[in-house]
Ligand binder design. Structure first.
Ligand code: C2E
Ligand code: MG
Ligand code: MG
Length: 257
């Protein structure tokens, strides 16, 4: 084995152990209403706290989890934790409109995804209207017919659906229009170029117009500067997330205004 392959094998075994031995954590990143500045929701993001290596970058272990299929188990675990946390916040009078979780294309392809999500909602007692499920544009467009069926079934549970990393895949506009989706998340790669890069400006404007014309909310990610938030608000994008507002943090470190 090359050093790289060896390392991957080690990490796969370690990831399995991480799940079993509770080394995974859920961090939460605030999502703000760009017109009022208020925090209105959070996105749950997985973190791996390795006992020797410390925090492992998601870019390092998520692709391995995807390849080995472990991601399905991780996603269900994160969803469970996030729903539990949201129930607790509600009980403490800390009110948010949604908690968002990411669903990998691996889990999205499972026929029993619907039952798994229903089980989590039932076990945690979270009002389904407060859960938002994010699926990437490429997961949806890889097999649009299957995706359409999956999304409809999830939607029947009463939760909200968002397309993550929008603009990086190849969407058929006709298909997009038929999806029972409430939100488009503009990929951070386009937000990074605001408010100066002509191409990014054009793309962001088009995504906002597209989302609005289809009756979807538009949410920008990767906002790092005040002028990016201002540009988005000026162009009628009302939801934003990024380091400018706050990094992903453990639940106790979230700042409630
Ligand atoms: P994503 O779902 O698009 O999440 C946004 C990513 O952008 C997060 O990276 C977040 O920390 C980062 N981010 C937020 N604000 C900024 C900013 O202002 N600037 C920059 N440069 N980055 C920002 P993270 O947590 O490392 O996650 C990366 C990706 O890994 C996620 O992208 C998502 O695709 C995946 N991921 C994370 N957690 C999960 C999970 O529980 N399940 C699944 N299936 N995928 C996950
Ligand atoms: Mg996401
Ligand atoms: Mg994204």
């Amino acid at each position: 084995l090359t050093a790289h392959a060896q390392r991957r094998v080690e990490t796969t075994g370690e990831l399995r152990r991480a799940l079993d031995q509770q080394e995974l954590r859920v961090y939460y990143q605030p999502v703000h209403d760009l017109s009022t500045g208020k925090m209105v929701g959070v996105e749950a993001l997985v973190r791996w706290e390795h006992p020797q290596r410390g925090l492992i970058p998601t870019g390092e272990f998520i692709p391995i989890a995807e390849r080995t299929g472990l991601i399905a188990e991780i996603d269900t675990w994160v969803m469970n934790r996030a729903c539990e946390q949201m129930v607790q916040w509600q009980a403490n009078g800390l009110l948010l409109e949604f908690v968002a979780v990411n669903i990998s294309s691996r889990l999205f392809g499972h026929r029993d995804l619907y039952q798994q999500v229903a089980k989590v909602l039932h076990e945690t007692g979270l009002n389904p209207a407060l859960l938002e499920v994010e699926v990437t544009e490429s997961a949806v467009m890889d097999d649009p017919e299957v995706a359409l069926e999956q999304l409809h079934r999830l939607r029947e549970l009463g939760l909200r659906l968002a397309i993550d990393d929008f603009g990086t895949g190849y969407s058929s506009l006709l298909r997009l229009k038929r999806l029972p989706v409430q939100k488009l998340k503009i990929d951070q790669g386009f937000v990074a170029g605001l408010p100066c890069d002509e191409d990014d400006i054009a793309i962001v404007k088009v995504i906002i117009a597209l989302g609005r014309s289809m009756g979807m909310q538009v949410h920008a990610e990767g906002i790092e500067q005040a002028d990016q938030a201002q540009f988005l608000l000026n162009h009628e994008c009302y939801l934003g997330q990024g380091y400018w507002f706050g990094r992903p943090v453990p639940a106790q470190q979230l700042r409630w205004q």
